[in-house]
Structure formats: structure tokens, C-alpha cells
Write a new protein. Structure first.
Length: 251
């Protein structure tokens, strides 16, 4: 296997190379390259790269420009400090999106995923079946960046109890009943960002996470949801969503 590292931070590139060698000493590593231009030239002349480790913010622009300049069909593992590019990243053959500082365990999972999806007789591109699997498994957010005073932290999606909108502001409420403002509408969360296997929009106002549900009660022909933690307002399933909600619970 041959990988190409594209990273404009020297220490990050060195650390990434060390972890790749720790994963498998037999992997051939090219780079690091640190610009869009240099990477574009390299890929135009070398067709033997199996996986591209790609930072998003490079010295001369965003690495997404590579895909506008060249027809590139090899798997990509993005390594970046920015959470908000994840949806764009998965449009470009991405098999994973690793946030810096990259941990060895996450890198190993990404490379294992590549091996699983890349059959031995692969000719260098991604088959339609592999692309379909990647789109299904990787387009949803894994975590949300939130601000609390002067601190920035991330909340894994598994720690979300529910999300709701009040006016034009959207809020994330954790299972610990902490509340955070997020920069997404409920429409974006429902249609693009959240895995529908775990999240359901019960009304115009709220989206819930299945693991946060303690019980569902019928009350006056309505479905009322009780969570393991208290909610700031009654979580009622809209009448036109009740059948879909029951089907979701029974999936």
C-alpha cells in the first residue's frame, strides 16, 4: 500500500507518518506535500497512490480545489482541525474525517475501513458499490463543536438527548442536560447531518435521539416522550408524524 500525506504543518505531518508506520511498517509513504499546486502536480504524474491523507487548509488554499482541477478517484482520509467541512469532505471519495490532533486508534479504524472496502483486485478506483457504502456510512456528523463562554469543546452525537429550535436559534441539549447554541437549522440537521437511524424529528420544534428516550406515553390521542433526563418543554410527536415515529421505533 502507498499513501500520500498532504499536510502543511510539519509536526502534524511527522506525527501522522509515525502513526502510519506504527499501523503497518510495510506501507510506503510519499510526501509530505503542503500546497494544492504541488499536490495537483504530483497526482498528475503518479497513479500509484492508494490512499490520500489530506489536510483541508493548505498553504495556498483549500484542498477541495484538487478535485476541481483533476479527476481523482482514489480514497481520501481527511485530517483537519475544522469540524464544519465534514459534509463537503464526504463528496470527495472520503472514507473518514479525522479531527486533529489525530489519535492512533482513529487512524487505525480509517485504514481498516479502507482495507475492508478495497478488494484485492481493485484497479485503483472506487467501485459504485463502495461509493454507495461510503455515502451511507460517512455523511453524518460524529460530533458538534460548541462554545461555552471562552471555551470551545465538542459534543459527540451519542451524548445528545435532543435538539430544538426557539425562534431562529437552534439548541443542542446533552444527556447531562447542558444546553448549547449550534449553527444549524433543524432542517439541515434532519436532512443532512444526523443519522436517521438514531435521530427523529418529532415536530417542527424538536429532534430527539433514540437512546435518550425512557418511555413513550399515549395522552389525549397524542404521543408524549419522556427522556431519561428532564426536558425544558413537553416533547410531543406531531399527529402527522406519529405513524412514521412508531415505524422508526420499531425499525
Amino acid at each position: 500500500m502507498k499513501v500520500l500525506i498532504v499536510e502543511d504543518e510539519k509536526l502534524a505531518a511527522e506525527r501522522l507518518e509515525e502513526m502510519i508506520k506504527k499501523y503497518d511498517k510495510e506501507i510506503t509513504i510519499a510526501g509530505p506535500l503542503d500546497t494544492v499546486r504541488e499536490t495537483s502536480q504530483y497526482l498528475a504524474c503518479h497513479n500509484d497512490v492508494d490512499v490520500l491523507f489530506l489536510d483541508i487548509q493548505l498553504a495556498d488554499g483549500k484542498s477541495f480545489e484538487l478535485f476541481d482541477q483533476n479527476p481523482y478517484f482514489k480514497p481520501v482520509i481527511f485530517t483537519t482541525a475544522y469540524d464544519h467541512y465534514s459534509i463537503s469532505a464526504f463528496k470527495y471519495n472520503s472514507i473518514d474525517y479525522l479531527l486533529k490532533p489525530v489519535r492512533f486508534e482513529e487512524l487505525a479504524i480509517a485504514l481498516n475501513k479502507f482495507k475492508k472496502l478495497n478488494p484485492a483486485d481493485n484497479t485503483g478506483g472506487l467501485t459504485k458499490e463502495v461509493v454507495r457504502m461510503l455515502l451511507q456510512s460517512n455523511t453524518y456528523k460524529k460530533r458538534f463543536l460548541v462554545k461555552q463562554g471562552t471555551r470551545i469543546q465538542y459534543i459527540p452525537v451519542a451524548e445528545i438527548a435532543y435538539l430544538y429550535a426557539a425562534g431562529k436559534i437552534s439548541y443542542l441539549v446533552s444527556k447531562e442536560q447542558k444546553q448549547y447554541v449550534i449553527d444549524h437549522t433543524l432542517e439541515e440537521l434532519e436532512s443532512e447531518l444526523l443519522d436517521p437511524g438514531f435521530f427523529f424529528r418529532i415536530s417542527r420544534k424538536a429532534i430527539i435521539q433514540i437512546d435518550a428516550i425512557q418511555e413513550v406515553r399515549t395522552k389525549n390521542n397524542r404521543l408524549e416522550i419522556n427522556l431519561f433526563g428532564a426536558s425544558d418543554f413537553p416533547l410531543i410527536v406531531s399527529r402527522d408524524r406519529q405513524k412514521a415515529f412508531k415505524d422508526w421505533l420499531n425499525h
